[in-house]
Ligand binder design. Structure first.
Ligand code: PMP
Length: 292
């Protein structure tokens, strides 16, 4: 068999994956001080490249982290990573960390950020679960409030998400659903959440969750194919009494949730609105994006 060795971009050059290492004094490692993106390429084109690079740089800006390269340069690094690895359908992970510093947390001691980009072939995240729908559980741990570590910063600190995921694993859920501190619906551990009631799609505002790029794709699709949507605060009642529930994310793409906290959602199978949105989403991913 052919062994595929990934080439990873790290601080100006491409190196084989086993050489793609950072110092233990990199503050991304020591403190989670850094930002990242998850991007997909479909059919030789990067899906929503500009949006992802913009969010990466906005997250960096929110952490007062100067990447030291331009957005255009970052976009080119992402494309070159795909070319170097001969990938057509892939998942891409750019990372910007504060860089190497001292043991203390003060970012002023870090001279240069670390710029990293890895990519690998990756298909559907949930496999057969796209047919049956996911089993989800609401978790006790709440989404961290925006006045602490804002969920809109896609930072290397994903511990809040991981705590929810651990809880979901113990409770037998494929995905965790987070509520915020006041019991309002926030998001999944790595995706935004929606419900359908009487033909209308509802989703929470992006205050206590990440401004998902797939979320905007989905809302655009709704507008285009004539599905009315409302952005509003939602709670457990809305979730349990919904006709359909679904999540979106770059990794998850679009996936139905058919069971929450042991309760059957709607008819218990991925519903008609989900199927319509999925079809349009697949058309969009296959037919748009930046060629490389
Ligand atoms: N919320 C969280 C916490 C995420 O990690 C992700 C994945 N980036 C999303 C939502 C979905 O965002 P996007 O559609 O931009 O991938």
């Amino acid at each position: 068999h052919i062994l595929f060795i990934m080439l990873v971009y790290i601080n100006g050059k491409f190196v084989p994956e086993e050489q793609a290492t950072v110092s233990i004094f990199d503050h991304g490692f020591l403190y989670g001080d850094g930002v990242f993106e998850g991007i997909r390429a479909y059919n030789g084109r990067v899906f929503r490249l500009k949006e992802h690079v913009d969010r990466l740089f906005d997250s960096a800006k929110a952490l007062d982290l100067d990447p030291g390269i331009t957005r255009a340069e970052m976009a080119e690094i992402i494309k070159e990573t795909l070319r170097q690895n001969n990938l057509k359908d892939a998942y891409i992970r750019p990372i910007i960390t504060r860089g190497v510093g001292t043991m203390g947390l003060d970012p002023r001691h870090c001279a240069n950020p670390s710029i990293i980009c890895a990519a690998s072939a990756w298909g559907a995240m949930y496999g057969d679960l796209y047919e049956t729908g996911l089993t989800a559980v609401t978790v006790c741990v709440r989404r961290n409030p925006p006045d602490t570590l804002p969920p809109n910063i896609k930072s290397l600190n994903y511990l809040n998400n991981i705590l929810g995921k651990i809880e979901a694993n113990y409770k037998g859920g494929d995905e965790a659903i987070f509520l915020d501190r006041t019991g309002k619906l926030a998001e999944g551990s790595g995706d935004n959440i929606y419900l359908i009631k009487d033909g209308v799609l509802y989703t929470p505002p992006t205050i206590n969750n990440l401004k998902g790029i797939t979320r905007l794709v989905l809302l655009d699709i709704c507008a285009k194919i004539g599905i009315r949507y409302e952005i509003c605060e939602l709670g457990l009642f809305d979730l349990y009494t919904a006709d359909e529930v679904m999540v979106t994310g770059t990794a998850a793409e679009i996936c139905a949730i058919t069971k929450i906290d042991g309760r059957t959602i709607g008819t218990g199978v991925p519903g008609p609105v989900y199927k319509k949105l999925l079809a349009s989403f697949q058309t969009e991913t296959q037919n748009s994006g930046d060629a490389y």
